[in-house]
Design a protein around this ligand. Structure first.
Ligand code: NAD
Length: 261
């Protein structure tokens, strides 16, 4: 018996990075996954890797049109949605806030906030109706718990979804719906690769740096925490933030006077 046997999950941003790692983990542990992404080529490659338990659904998370409603699609296919991992997100360009193009701000907020709002409200409606509740996990960032320069729209969006998560946890609690956020630190995906030191230096940002463990995370290490939060082991966890950041938020690095082991 695996942790997610007979459970149905939707994952956004499932084509690459953290979402793809989560799809791998959920399928390996028994779930059927409806994987959502704008990148249909990536979705096809996940399907080729994971087989029929991974069902691609190309869609834009921020589009409210019925053709992009992956929760309704999941309900139509399976009659339930037990787990929603709302993970799709974009970084946006690097620039100081007083020079940040408003159009770029709107694009980042559209995907990172409107997209999560649509996913959360759709999933809550479905989970309330099915009477067995469900679990929603939102991917924020360490940038959702502290500021950093040169990424103002991203930081704004990742803080916004923390408030969204808390409001949803309060409204979902009476229906057995748990809602939490994970806050990855630097993780080895395309988003991290695009936040190169050069790009950060151009923006005047001090950079997000490496965490206390002196390495970036493997996407599977973030997926593991999403797996815990989505499982029955986390039955009393809701309305909370879970950093997966190698100690980044603990404080600035310590230059140790003792020799390294
Ligand atoms: N990688 C990091 O260092 C890091 C750190 C903190 C937070 N995050 C967050 O983790 C989440 C996943 O990012 P990742 O690092 O795996 O990046 P990624 O680029 O590898 O994956 C993101 C996926 O989301 C998809 N996507 C983008 N816009 C979409 C839309 N409108 N509709 C549907 N799909 C869309 C992309 O096509 C892509 O497949 C994001 O929310 C990101 O902000 C990443």
């Amino acid at each position: 018996m695996s942790r997610f046997d007979r459970r149905v999950a939707v994952i956004t941003g499932a084509g690459n990075g953290i979402g793809r790692a989560a799809a791998r983990m959920f399928v390996a542990e028994g779930a059927t996954v409806v994987g959502v992404d704008t990148d249909d080529v990536a979705l096809d490659s996940v399907r080729a890797e994971l087989g029929p338990a991974f069902e691609p659904f190309p869609a834009d998370v921020a589009d409210a049109e019925p053709g992009h409603d992956y929760v309704s699609e999941c309900m139509a296919r399976h009659g339930r949605v037990d787990i929603a991992f709302l993970n799709a997100g974009i970084l946006g360009p690097a620039a100081p806030m007083d020079d940040y193009p408003l159009t770029a701000f709107d694009v980042v907020m559209r995907v990172n906030v409107r997209g999560v709002w649509l996913g959360t409200t759709r999933a809550m409606r479905a989970m309330r109706e099915q009477a067995t509740g469900g679990v929603i996990t939102i991917t924020s960032s360490t940038g959702g718990l502290r500021g950093s320069g040169g990424m103002g729209a991203y930081i704004t969006s990742k803080h916004a979804v923390v408030g969204l998560m808390k409001a949803a946890a309060i409204e979902g609690g009476p229906f057995g719906i748990r809602v939490n956020a994970v806050h990855p630190g630097p993780t080895d995906t395309a988003v991290w690769a695009s936040a190169t030191p050069t790009k950060r230096a151009e923006s005047g940002s001090a950079g997000v740096g490496l965490p206390q463990l002196y390495r970036v995370a493997d996407p599977a290490e973030v997926a593991a925490v999403v797996g815990f939060l989505s499982s029955d082991e986390a039955a009393f966890c809701t309305g909370a933030s879970y950093p997966v950041d190698g100690g980044l938020l603990a404080g600035p690095p310590y230059r140790h006077p003792l020799p390294e082991r």
